[in-house]
Design a protein around this ligand. Structure first.
Ligand SMILES: *Cc1c(COP(=O)(O)O)cnc(C)c1O
Length: 385
């Protein structure tokens, strides 16, 4: 054994799911049971999530992209329609609008919350607008009072992209327990995972039935076991293997969220303010779930982000980028977008870095990240002069 290998701390990723041994054993039980696809575990997870959100109907799917797309279909959004959303999200948010044949209409981000700028939405509404897709970036909830008032005034549906905000609250009410349609993702990077998966919170039994058809080939089971196909449907059902992971995660999610908050408090305590980063809005996150911890690089270092990521990696620390403003991707440029369309989103998208934050991190990891950031910034500033 070399001295180097014993003194190098293990690589610290920007996130890592925690799946406990009891959950792993329960997944084993599913694998031994002879029933792997949608079944009793999915039903139990739907019921548990519904309980969590005040009894509203909840249905699972195999991704948070599928739940968003099927939600738009439930709203009847299709060709010729426009859907308003933010350019600061994972591209899935706009891809689902394209998938149903509608047009994503972007509205710039708010410089403080980094979510859709609620002051700019009305200017983007046209007679073709059918729905709004707000995104709770990093788990920080969009102001639901203002958003839902806007939607009601203009008679728009709301498909909340709450992929990142499981465990967040708005005015003391859990995201998912109120509003129109609410979509969550259970991708492994999200606060609660099923491996891959997602769920949609719906308004009533009729919408829930529509969702069941849409997620699995439009197939309905008639009394007596006969099959009937009522409508087109996707292939987007969740497996019981995945649902067993989700049931295990639900037991620990509140503890995990509390741990994230404690780690972030430590970040704020240890962070060197003189470095010149713009920090995430700590005060507003009182009801957030701290899905990600994202300082913005100082503007003078924005063009050095790749070097920053590399400097951190050399020190054994993973840093993510969530996200570049999506209208600058070539697909959206080909649709007519370009630099300067949404200056706030572009500025944030250029400077954002996602530093390690996950429940299994320990306090020393936070110190290690802060020290590395200080060193890397000093290196970049030194090399520049
Ligand atoms: C993760 C994510 C999605 C997509 O979820 P998948 O389960 O990966 O399909 C959509 N929107 C946002 C904001 C996300 O973070």
């Amino acid at each position: 054994m070399s001295a180097v290998s014993t003194s190098t701390p293990p690589f610290l990723p920007f996130t890592r799911p925690s799946v406990d041994e009891r959950t792993i054993a329960e997944v084993g039980d599913v694998l031994r049971s002879g029933w792997l696809t949608t079944g009793p575990k999915c039903q139990a997870l739907e019921a548990a999530l519904s309980d969590r959100w005040g009894g509203r109907p909840v249905r699972l799917a195999n991704s948070g992209t599928a739940t968003l797309e099927l939600a738009l279909r439930i709203c009847g959004v299709g060709p010729g329609d426009e859907v308003i959303t933010t350019p600061l999200s994972w591209v899935a948010t706009a891809n689902v609008v394209l998938a149903v044949g509608a047009k994503p209409v972007f509205v710039d981000a708010d410089p403080v919350t980094r979510n859709i700028d609620l002051n700019l939405i009305e200017k983007a509404i046209t007679p073709r607008t059918r729905a709004l897709i707000p995104v709770d970036l990093a788990g920080l909830p969009v102001d639901r009072d203002r958003l839902n008032a806007l939607a009601a005034k203009h008679r728009l549906r709301v498909v909340e992209d709450a992929a990142q905000s499981f465990g967040s609250q708005w005015n003391g009410r859990p995201i998912g327990s109120f509003g129109d349609l609410v979509s969550f993702s259970f991708h492994p990077n999200k606060n609660l995972t099923t491996g891959e998966g997602g769920c949609l919170v719906l308004n009533n039994a009729e919408e829930a039935h529509r969702f069941e058809l849409l997620r699995l080939q439009g197939v309905a089971r008639l009394p007596g076991g006969e099959l009937e196909v009522e409508a087109w449907g996707a292939k987007a059902n969740m497996t019981d293997i995945a649902a067993a992971i989700g049931l295990g995660q639900l037991r620990t999610i509140d503890e995990s969220t509390a741990r994230r908050r404690a780690l972030v408090q430590r970040y704020f305590r240890l962070w060197d303010a003189a470095l010149g980063f713009d920090m995430p809005p700590e005060d507003l996150q009182g009801h957030g779930n701290w899905h990600m911890f994202q300082p913005l690089l100082p503007r003078s270092l924005a063009h050095r982000r790749a070097d920053f990521l590399e400097g951190m990696k050399v020190r054994g620390i993973g840093v993510g980028v969530h996200y570049p403003a999506m209208h600058l991707f070539s697909m959206f440029r080909a649709m007519g977008h370009g630099s300067g369309d949404f200056p706030v989103a572009e500025d944030i998208g250029r400077r954002t870095v996602t530093l390690p934050l996950f429940p299994a991190m320990d306090d020393a990891d936070v110190q290690r990240v802060c020290t590395a950031v200080t060193e890397v910034v000093a290196d970049l500033r030194g090399a520049r002069s």
